[in-house]
Design a protein around this ligand. Sequence first.
Ligand SMILES: C[S@@+](CC[C@H](N)C(=O)[O-])C[C@H]1O[C@@H](n2cnc3c(N)ncnc32)[C@H](O)[C@@H]1O
Length: 341
Amino acid sequence: MLALRIGREKAEELRTKLSELGLLDGQRKIVENKEHVEIPVTGLEGIDLDEWGAKSIEQESPVERAPVYDPHIEIGKKVRIPFELIEHLPSKWEQLGDVVIYKLDERLREHEKEIAKVYAEVLGAKTILEDVGGVEEDIRRPKMRAILGTETVTVHKENGVLFKLDTKRLMFSSGNIDERVRMAKVCKDDDIVVDMFAGIGYFSIPMAVHSNPAEIYSIEINPVAFEYLCENVKLNKVEKKVCPINGDCLEAAPEGLATRVVMGYLRRGELYLPKAMRVIGDKGIIHYHETCPDALLPDRPAFKVHNAAESEGRKVEILKQRRVKSYAPGVSHVVLDISVS
Ligand SMILES: C[S@@+](CC[C@H](N)C(=O)[O-])C[C@H]1O[C@@H](n2cnc3c(N)ncnc32)[C@H](O)[C@@H]1O
């Protein structure tokens, strides 16, 4: 069992190099002691041992890695459909509580019930929904069809926060998890937050659970999302911090008092940014989301921000622009942290 022995200081650099060269042996664990590290390898091509100060050894007692459990492989083994169709099984899905959502290849149509049964069994779900594609704009209602089960209301737990929602009627984007985690910690004590597009509380609730703002005004236009926003406030016991408001943020968002504004809606920035500038009091931060063709990054979102600032007579500085996720081929979902004064 071949391995490379190297001093601790250069071990991580060598591990990265071996990984790039495809020489790491993933079946065995890396073993460390006080002086050196043993990195299991499958070969030595392209590695100059003298240059690295490394030594090749035969591992006497290699430590095997436990095989990684892959539910997709498990599903492929269990499902009873013609063998040639197995490769078309959904390899990606969204699991929200005990509801699983996936897109289905048309070639699998006549076996959809059998397939759904196995996904439900392996993933521990009670309902399987097919994502038929697209969302109704503005209220962001996804288009779903139940293949198995009827109960589409579920409670999804993420980062210590409970999100109750009806998965057939509302969106929950797992791809935004990093941003929800970031927002959970971003508030300063005594921040006054206005979440202009609160949904079911995607950002408001993590902020209230994990930080200590003075108040969060959470505005939501869609009555269905608003109903769950109110439920989630109770479920997470943050009634003292979150004030849900049902309405259009253009009218309902209180002006002149916020120190922090969250704009988690991806469209019509030019319409909503001027309002966000008025929602901020003397000074504060706006977290502005947008979807933008990669070819127009980083300039287009910043251009919209500067335009809005000019129209509202405010001074802005873009503190940060980060990519949240890929939204569509060649299109990114980005978020800008903007300081307003
Ligand atoms: C879908 S959420 C954003 C997704 C979320 N960031 C996530 O992590 O999945 C956006 C919400 O804004 C709401 N909305 C859209 N226009 C609005 C407006 N003018 N005022 C208040 N809420 C609005 C939609 O109903 C929706 O619930």
